[in-house]
Design a protein around this ligand. Structure first.
Ligand code: GLU
Length: 610
């Protein structure tokens, strides 16, 4: 195995870190032997499922030592910041759903990235047109004020039992000791090589001296991130939101660390220290809906997952799945999803900026009206219009939302294979966490904060940009606004008892991945491991009859039957990578992670049972 030395020069690092920051080729060492990565585990005493065995192990160690599900989720997230740095980390944000067993209540913690106060919408237009998408992604303008660390800190302070300094220890260990580069990590690096080469700090961390990704099997270490986590352990979140890391973030955003001579056009952003200082994680009530006698708790705005899942599932509730073939039920599901996305796109945005007719959207009568638009045997062949939920608002007053102008779709709309990750944990006391976190695209905005070892997000590309700079749109950018998200952590209960916790990456396919997995499990009776592995199809109000789908779905008998009903499919490769915990009536749980997509994940329980 080739060992990697982070013996990058100070010039490459782009700051005053001398060769002393380079690590010596210390032998790879784990605190204790890592268990083999398996995607399913059943047992008691607490559970965790993530995309990575080190993150899952860290969560399980925290649970074993008496920590709760929140402590475990934060430990896993901080490890994923090391081992899955192109998907998530302290340069990004997330949505955490927490079930507090003692209080029997669900809370959500919104720590979504936020547009800086200076980000007037006009800054994202040039000559009257939206910035070219790729140039927006790799720029200082796409960076929202990161929320992860504030989210972790608030989650621990409100609902955890451990200090941030303690739960960061496993991540510091992994960052210092390193981990073997696998095919997924190498591939994700390869996708980013061109832009990493253009930034001194990103090249120094993620590429070898030859400018190529570190090869599979080599040991990847991140001493910069270890240092950052140590700084936070000692100084708390103020180090990140007011202190030296805040300054380094602002400097990276406003003066991108371009390699001298690089020809890439990288627009600087407008983030200021004050934007970081005023950042808040927000506790919000969940969006509550029902399906098949279950209660669903999802993420509310600026998340679109809770409402869109409710809109998708409600019209299906009046059908008996066993009375229909899988394909006929899937037809109804795809049509309902199409209608749901029409409403999502028309009405949802940051609630601090947009008046959302949520009561109307979630009302039974509105669902019945929308459901009546579904043809039971024929696929829609074009995009459908949003409904009008205002008459269904009841006592909840909402002014008429302006009809949105057609916009360039947000990044989360376009491709299913982007990044993000989902963590699911539970503990012996019955607390549960479903936590989705992200830096938006694979590799975020491409810029590592020099010396601190983490990538910045490009979350502001999740805003929609209408063709004209002042057209109304619920998800148009504005100073201090949070872009709408598809992240859909979900908790499912029946008669007050937990049944399922789940979530996935995948841009706006997150919503359909979570929805299809629920349908597979609740309607088709698949065990959770089978439900999350099954081939996927995603309908998000496309302009024609086609849904995005995985090749295995397109090859399935269901697809043939659906094609006969007028559906078409676009092969988009793998969609999502879900993790879940299923709670059984006997008190055991099954933790389940994606078995193959994105290299497969890891599920563990504290006390396995056969
Ligand atoms: N930024 C996306 C969202 O918040 C998630 C990123 C992805 O999975 O592609 O919806």
């Amino acid at each position: 195995m080739r060992r990697l030395l982070f013996s990058v020069s100070a010039a490459l690092l782009g700051l005053g870190l001398g060769p002393g920051c380079a690590t010596s080729p210390a032998p790879h060492a784990e605190a204790r032997p890592l268990p083999a990565s398996t995607p399913t585990a059943t047992g008691r005493g607490g559970a965790a499922a993530t995309v990575d065995v080190r993150a899952t192990s860290a969560a399980i160690e925290v649970l074993r030592s008496g920590g709760n599900a929140v402590d475990a989720a934060v430990a896993a997230a901080s490890v994923l910041g090391v081992t899955d740095p192109y998907s998530c980390g302290i340069g990004g944000g997330g949505f955490m759903l927490v079930y507090l067993a003692r209080d029997k209540r669900v809370v959500t913690l919104d720590h979504r990235e936020t547009a800086p106060a200076g980000l007037e919408r006009s800054r994202l237009y040039e000559n009257g047109a939206p910035l070219p998408f790729d140039e927006f992604v790799t720029s200082g303008l796409s960076v929202g004020v990161p929320g992860s660390l504030m989210g972790w800190s608030e989650a621990l302070r409100r609902y955890g039992s451990r200090r941030l300094a303690d739960v960061l220890q496993p991540a510091i260990h992994v960052a210092e000791q390193g981990f073997p580069v696998d095919a997924t990590f190498a591939e994700q690096t390869r996708h980013n090589v061109e832009r990493f080469r253009d930034f001194t700090s990103s090249a120094a961390l993620f590429l070898g001296p030859d400018g190529q990704p570190w090869p599979v099997g080599s040991t990847f270490k991140n001493p910069g991130l270890a240092r950052t986590y140590r700084l936070v352990s000692q100084g708390g979140v103020p180090v990140f939101y007011r202190g030296e890391i805040a300054q380094a973030i602002v400097s990276t955003v406003t003066r991108p660390p371009l390699v001298p001579g690089a020809s890439r056009k990288v627009r600087p952003g407008v983030m200021r220290l004050a934007d970081l200082e005023r950042y808040e994680a927000i506790v919000r009530p969940p969006v509550t809906s029902t399906y098949r006698g279950h209660t669903l708790y999802g993420m509310g705005a600026p998340g679109s997952g809770g409402v869109t899942l409710a809109l998708t599932l409600k019209p299906l509730d009046s059908y008996v799945p066993s009375a229909l073939s899988h394909a006929r039920f899937l037809h109804l599901y795809l049509e309902a999803s199409r209608l749901a996305f029409a409403d999502r796109n028309a009405f949802l945005g940051d609630p601090a900026f947009v008046s959302i007719p949520e009561a109307g959207l979630l009302s039974h009568d509105y669902a019945a009206q929308r459901g009546s638009a579904i043809h039971e045997a024929r696929a829609s062949t074009s995009a459908v219009a949003p409904g009008n939920p205002l008459p269904f608002q009841g006592a909840a007053s909402t002014s008429t939302p302006p009809l949105p102008e057609v916009a360039r779709p947000a990044a989360e709309e376009t491709a299913p294979n982007k990044e993000t990750t989902h963590i699911t944990t539970s503990d012996a006391a019955g607390n549960i966490v479903a936590y989705t976190c992200t830096i938006e695209g694979e590799g975020g905005n491409g810029m590592v904060v020099p010396g601190y070892g983490f990538l910045l997000n490009n979350e502001l590309t999740d805003f929609d940009l209408p063709a004209s700079p002042d057209a109304p749109h619920p998800n148009a950018p504005a100073p201090g606004k949070r872009p709408r998200s598809s992240m859909s952590p979900l908790l499912v209960f029946k008669d007050g008892a937990p049944v399922l916790a789940l979530g996935s990456p995948g841009g706006s396919t997150i919503i359909t991945t979570v929805g299809q997995t629920l349908v597979n499990h609740l309607d088709f009776g698949m065990p959770i491991a089978q439900a999350l592995a099954a081939p996927r199809v995603s309908q998000r109000n496309s302009t024609d009859n086609r849904s995005q789908a995985e090749p295995a779905f397109i090859a399935s008998p269901e697809a043939t039957e659906l094609t006969a009903m007028g559906h078409g499919f676009t092969d988009v490769g793998p969609i999502g990578a879900l993790t879940a915990i299923r709670f059984h009536p006997d008190g055991t749980v099954t933790a389940a992670a994606e078995p193959t997509r994105r290299g497969g994940g890891s599920a563990m329980v504290v006390e396995p049972v056969k």
